[in-house]
Design a protein around this ligand. Structure first.
Ligand SMILES: C[S@@+](CC[C@H](N)C(=O)[O-])C[C@H]1O[C@@H](n2cnc3c(N)ncnc32)[C@H](O)[C@@H]1O
Length: 489
């Protein structure tokens, strides 16, 4: 039996009332036909979207601030009564300055700035997770999640011949909770634990690196550091049991050694481009200045009037030929590149990878959303204060990898966790739990696996060396509920 009784870590997730995970359903920011003959407001190369389009046509915006989605109007004395513009964040100013000099910005560049700009990107602030933060993720909901993934990697280590040296790597470790729980599960299996040469964390945020070090190595964050502290990221630490923990800026810096790699809610944070099919072909949606006082935002989406480098490189592909005018697609070349690097690494060094995220096995159109304080927000509101994320196209990741490794899935999170014995693990924890912990444990279990919670929305893809046995959960690929890439969205 794989399971030990171990410690019980319970998290009262019910405190999060609005948006309990980073996705419940995709919030479209387009509800109407986009093209308009509005006057050009200074954008040199672009076609503005319609007023409703600019304001999102956006259920999220309407939910967050109903009045701001109303059409601008004037009082009888001519004074405007539309809501005032929101306060401009330092990052919004920086982006506007950049647009003034260089012209409209790709959504991909905008997203990168918003999330990981070294000075004021969203993730650079530090801890944004949990009930007090903006969203909650599976590892934060229950220790069962990380423990089960730890068991998946233990079995993979056995499947690839129990290499005497293996490193564990995680992309985007957040608070470090998943790694902490995985390592605790692994430490029960002496031979596996002894083979682990080190842990490698790919993390852009210096603030989150400190949080990860605290959680994984037990080194407390000083008050000064919690308030922002130095911009310098830590690069190495040692756990009490002697295990070295190393941080890297990018996956490409991972040393060449057999690696067990996990990426949980990492790919959804990688930048995407957005394109719209028009009668003239694919056109890129870009971010431009918004100086219309009727809009609460300082930026707006516009449509490039002609092909851009990105539309030519990414959207003009036979796979997208069947789309009709008005359809949109989101493409993440960064995700393709990282998936390819992971596959290259496994191909060269052996190992395995598990990618868990929300998404589908095909390209989608309008999934980019803002998330703040457990609510969806408009994508362009408060740049730097709001998380941005987009659904993952698992088929695209597969295409990036499957000439180098065996790709499996995607399957649902529920299927993987049930295959790994989440029911048995729950029962073991319940047997040891105090009354107040039992309710939390059962609630967490349902949250992770129920189809209407995170069970089906989150999907899992695996990469293994060519010809190795199929990993747990992927032995028989269950039918995916999503249409194939070639079908209509
Ligand atoms: C949504 S959080 C997921 C955290 C964690 N995996 C979890 O599930 O709780 C995204 C993580 O990826 C990191 N991240 C985002 N973009 C990144 C990038 N381009 N390079 C490295 N890390 C990045 C963030 O700082 C954060 O740790």
């Amino acid at each position: 039996m794989l399971w030990h009784s171990g410690i019980i870590r319970t998290v009262p997730w019910k405190t999060c009332t609005h948006l309990s995970l980073r996705t419940t359903s995709a919030i479209p920011f387009r509800t109407v036909r986009f093209y308009s003959d509005q006057k050009d407001s200074g954008a040199k190369h672009t076609t503005p979207l319609s007023s409703q389009e600019q304001h999102g046509g956006d259920t999220a915006q309407q939910q967050a601030s109903p009045s701001s989605a109303e059409a601008p109007s004037s009082t009888s004395d001519g004074a405007s009564n539309h809501p005032p513009k929101e306060e401009m964040t330092p990052l919004a100013k920086h982006i506007r300055d950049s647009i003034k000099i260089q012209g409209p910005m790709s959504v991909s560049h905008f997203m990168r700035q918003v999330l990981v700009n070294p000075l004021s990107g969203y993730y650079m602030k530090g801890d944004v997770f949990g009930a007090q933060g903006d969203f909650v993720t599976s590892p934060e909901i229950s220790q069962m999640f990380g423990e089960l993934l730890g068991i998946w990697f233990l079995v993979q280590w056995q499947n690839i011949g129990k290499p005497s040296k293996v490193q564990i790597a995680e992309l985007g470790p957040g608070r470090g909770t998943l790694m902490m729980d995985m390592l605790r599960a692994a430490s029960r299996f002496k031979e596996f634990r002894n083979s682990i040469s080190g842990v490698h964390l790919i993390e852009a945020s210096p603030g989150l690196r400190r949080v990860q070090r605290e959680r994984i190595c037990g080194i407390p964050i000083s008050e000064e550091q919690a308030d922002g502290g130095s911009r310098e990221g830590i690069t190495a630490a040692v756990r009490q049991d002697g295990l070295p923990i190393l941080w890297h800026d990018v996956f490409d810096d991972l040393p060449n050694e057999c690696s067990l790699i996990v990426a949980h809610e990492f790919f959804d944070a990688l930048p995407i481009y957005k394109f719209e099919k028009t009668e003239e072909g694919w056109r890129e949606l870009v971010v431009d200045l918004e100086d219309d006082p009727a809009s609460p935002y300082h930026l707006r989406f516009v449509l490039a009037p002609g092909p851009t480098q990105a539309s030519k490189a990414f959207a003009e592909h036979p796979a997208y030929d069947h789309f009709k005018p008005g359809d949109r697609i989101e493409i993440s070349p960064d995700s393709f590149r990282v998936a390819h690097e992971i596959a290259k690494h496994i191909n060269k060094n052996s190992g395995s990878a598990l990618i868990v995220d929300y998404g589908k096995d095909h390209v989608q159109g309008d999934t980019l959303r803002g998330i703040h304080k457990h609510k969806f927000t408009h994508v362009l509101t408060q740049p730097g204060n709001v998380d941005l994320s987009a659904d993952v196209d698992f088929e695209y990741l597969r295409q990036a990898a499957d000439d180098l490794v065996d790709c499996h899935g995607s399957i649902t999170q529920a299927h993987l966790l049930h295959s790994l014995g989440i029911g048995a693990r729950l029962n073991m924890l319940l047997a040891k739990a105090a009354a107040h912990q039992r309710e939390i444990l059962i609630g967490s279990y349902h949250r992770l696996v129920d189809p209407k919670e995170m069970g089906n929305v989150y999907r899992v893809m695996a990469m293994t060396p060519r010809g190795s046995p199929p990993p747990i959960g992927f032995e028989q690929q269950p039918q995916t509920e999503t249409p194939s890439k070639s079908s209509k969205q």
